[in-house]
Design a protein around this ligand. Sequence first.
Ligand SMILES: [Zn+2]
Length: 275
Amino acid sequence: MSTASSHRALGIVALVAAALLGSAYAIGYSLMGNEGDPVPAAPSSAPHVAAQPPATGTPSPDTTADEPAPEGVNEGGPHGTQMTTGTGQVTLTFDDGPDPYYTPQTLAALRAYRVTATFCLVGENAQAHPDLVRAIVADGHSLCNHSWNHDVLLGSRTEQTIQADLLRTNEAIRAAVPDARIAYYRQPGGAWTYPLVSVARNLGMVPLHWTVDPNDWQAPGAASIAGMVNAATMPGSVVLLHDAGGDRQGTVDALYWILPNLTSRFRVAALPPDL
Ligand SMILES: [Zn+2]
């Protein structure tokens, strides 16, 4: 099979997957109701096993960038976390990095489509790869704290422990980019608790959840990831993706289907780096 026809075949597979996953996703949303608070206890090997946040409407692939985001859902995530952009803009978030193999590929894809995103960094990874932290900031992306070592149980620890963890992570990031603002905190696994939200806010960070989760950390393949993201994203969506923590080639490859699709329908950009 030639390269062109194999690409065409892949494209058809992606379209079929998008249609199937889109309906599966819509059904999942309607079954979920409003009881989908995240499960707090998750193994550290499973970064995001939380249930989907409450649905804010039926995902429609036909919405346009001109439509305003639904009112009043900006802080509609678990424990009052932010789960949408608050405008018609869509934002992509990349968790668990930086990673020396996948983060540069992610940055290259975003650069190719002139899209900025929000990177939720794990402190020990930021400490290990300050060059990648600088590359993220140099490309205009926003920063988000994702705890020191991806502690999904952090919310059950004391406020002092939570605060020390978040501060240590911010220090590791700032060691690489002293002037960069870290405006967001995202709890690993989406396992929010009131103390987590409170400490993050006291440290000047917005607790950030998400609206669209293609479960890319389970490596379902690029067509599945792209199909679900393209079908479920609507004005205001915050899309959860990963550029580290396992085999993320599927996520990187999916970006070449996600980015042309979303940028043709929405304004896609990082959350404001400075609130
Ligand atoms: Zn994570």
